[in-house]
Structures are given as structure tokens and as C-alpha cells.
Design a protein. Sequence first.
Length: 531
Amino acid sequence: MNILIFLVACVILLCVFVEKFSDKFGMPALIFFMFIGMLFGSDGILKIPFDDFKLAENICSIALIFIMFYGGFNTKWKAAKAVAGKSILLSTLGVVITAGITTLLCNVILKISLAESFLIGAVLSSTDAASVFAILRKNNLNLKDGTASILEVESGSNDPVSYLLTMIAISVATTGGFGNVFGTIAVQLIMGVVVGLALAKFTLFILMKTNLVSDGLETIYMIASVLVCYALTALVGGNAYLSVYLFGIFTGNHRIRKKQEIIPFFDGVTSLAQILIFFLIGLLTFPHQMSEIVPTALAIVAFLTVIARPVAVIALLKPLKCSWNQCWLIAWAGLRGASSSVFAIMAVAAGVSMKQELFHIVFMVSLFSVSIQGTLLPNIARKLDMVDDNSDVRKTFNDYVEETAFQLMKMHIPVGHNWENRLIRNVSMPTGSLALMIKRDKESIITKGDTLILAGDDIILSVPPYNPGENEKLEERVIEKGDSWCNRPICELKISKNKLIAMVIRDNQPIIPDGKTIIREHDVVVFISIK
């Protein structure tokens, strides 16, 4: 057990380090997560024998739950609303058209049976949100005409449709018939929408109208709610991934309690889920078996990239007056990744057998798609003149926080201060600052030019914000009993020339220090340093 824990920790650490250095290789980090899995696998260095597709399905399904939820939760509906119609067309009809064309080409050109061709088309019909936006955000690549929002909503919402097609294809491959297809589709969609929205409203009520969730437990409550949403939808026959996505997008666009803490938490969970899925994909592969399917995989990549995806995008978006450049870029950005591989794992775990092994085909297609399409995506966007340098792609996400044009600072006026007993208009304020208010005892005074400053006043100033450069760093030092700085004035401290004490926080009150300021126990000393 200890060895297993050690190996898991090593895998996570390797993936974290790879994420940091992936830019130097010019390729998405997700590819390297796959390679790490291959290194640990049966044909790799550690030769871990792992081919339990049922276990992999269970693990990846749970990971995909949180990826789907966070895809909705972090979508800023205000930015996406204007292009939602186009996105939904792509995530529904676009998925069906892509699957249909891929099925036809696999059957006619590659001579794969119709049932197997349909399964390949269904599994590969969705685009991967994690891959697309890892590239866009890492390159800070905002796209013109709301293209980023189109891709965000489409790639986040097309997995449920692809999942539905995959379940139908698995049924065809295992039973030889379609069964009650239309009834299944209706139940999946209706129950997915109903349960997702109902639980979202219930969760919003709990977090916004009641105090039932103790302070600090909001993230745990959200985890439980996401899992309940998925499980309950599956139990009543609904599309669980659609339900989780709607649950996320509905709750993420309301002002729920501790939202700014929940977002980074799920961002980390989603990153871990992506690492887990792509590592397991690599671990399940047997590279020595893949040489035979490379031609098939390359042909399918060509079908998807050059024919199926472009036809679907152009057929749906060109009538809506989208430019040719926008259509070509959206077509190119249809990367295949985690969800396609998870659906392939589900098919294998369900007992589907094919003449050419499905999982390795999907693995190779995903590998080619993320490595080639993903790597070239920034260049293609620039070649098509679709990059908007005057905006920020992060604005399409709920974790974006707009920087204000000013910040507030409180300045205490002690007895003897050179501003004491002077009018506001007669003192020299710091450049770019403005006195907004004076706190005097329990009174708040809106300042004007003839407002008199008295000893003991706290002046609230607005000051321009400043973001430290790469060689500058703000640091804090908490003064504990026995600290060499404790009970000593600043002028006596041995501080290097590249550091300056900027503020002392005492009893939650900021103090602008000078050389005579004495550092006390429990003070928080804030200083700026230059490397």
C-alpha cells in the first residue's frame, strides 16, 4: 500500500513539473501526461501491468464529472449568452453531423463495419474543453467575434450528446439493434435537464438563503452536491453529464457564498482530474500493438480534421453570418481528448469487441489531435487574423477578477503629524491619490477642500494600483516572541539594501512606519524586496 501511495505521489509530482516546462517544448502538457502513463505502463520503464478497463472506467467517469461540472461552473454566461445559440447548434447538431460523416467515411473508405464505424464516430464526435482552453489560457489568446465563448460553451456542452450517441452505439454493437432509441433520447434529455436545474436551484437556496452550511464547508457541500446530481440523474435514467454541466453553469453564474474560494478549489480538482485521465489513458496503452493501427488512426484524424468537423461547422455557422476565418478556426479548434478516450474505455468495459482495437485507435487520434492541432492552434488563429490583442480570454471565465482603477488605503494622523490642523487642499497628497473620507471617532466625514485634518483622524485615500514586476516581491514577516526584530525600532534593524519595510499591521490596523516605529510582538511586517 505504501509503495502504491508513493507511486501515485510521484506521478502527480511528475505531471506538475511537466505542466511547468511544457511551454519550452511548444506542446500542450496533456500530451506529456499520456507519455508519463506510457512510461509507467506494461511497455514502459516500470512495466506496471494494468488492463482493467472496468476500474479505469469508474475512475475516469468520476474525474469527468468534475471536469464537466467545472466547465459549466466557470463559464461566464454574461459573455457567452450572445453566442449561446451558435454553441448549442455545434454541441448538438454539430456532434451528430460530425459523427455521421465520420461513420460514413470509416465504413466506405476504411471498410470498417457500419456498427463499428458508428461507434468510432460517436466516441470521437465531441471536442475537448480541457485541451482547448488550456492552450488559449496559457497563451492568453483571446479570439475575435466571441469565438472563445463559442468554443467554451460548445466544448463544455457537447460531451452529453457524444455520450448519448456512444451509449446508442454500444447498444448496437452488443445487441445488434437500436432498441427504443427515441424513447431513450427523450428520457436522457428531459431527466438530465430537470434534475440538473432542480438541484441547482436547491443548492442556490441552501447557500444564499440559509445558514445550514457552516462557514468553511461550502466547497465540501458543493462536492457532495455535484456527486448527488450525477448519481441521482443516472438513477432516474437521465443524461448525468448534461445534468452536471447544467448544474455547474446555473450555480456558477450566481453570487453564492464563498464563490471566490470555491472556484480555485475546483480549478485544482479539475487539473488533478485531467492528470488522472490522461495518465490512465497512457497506462492502458500497449505501444507495441499500435503500429498496425497507425494508418487507420491517421486516416480518421484526416476525416475529422479536414472533412467532418469543417463540414459541420460551416453548415451550421455560415448561414448565421459567421466569417469564413471564424468558421475555419472553430473547425481547427475541435480537439479530441479526455472525453473521447473515456467513452472508448466505457465501450471496451461494456464488452464491445472490434477487429481493430477501439481504445488504441481513439488514443492515437487524441494524441495526434492534441499534439498537432493543439500545438498549431495559436499560429492558425494568428494566420486567420482571429486574435484580439485588446481583450483578455480570461474574461470569458467566472474566475476572472477585473482590476479596479484604484485601491483604498487608510492613513492614520498621529499627534505632531505635519498634516495636523491643516485643510485638505493645503496638504501634498501622494501623486495620483485622492482623500475620500475621514474616520473621526465613530463619525465618517466625506472630505472636501476645506475639511480640517485633526490628530487621531484616519484618512481614507484612493491610490493607483501597482503590480510588482518580475524582480519585485511583496513579503510578510509575522513577529513572534523571541524574534530578533521584536521590541526594536526600525532604524536599528539590519535590513539589506534591496528591502524596504512598507507597512506594519498591528491588531488588523495598518501603520505607515518610519525609522522610529517600534516593532511589537504579533505585528505583521510587510516589506518589498528586489531580487
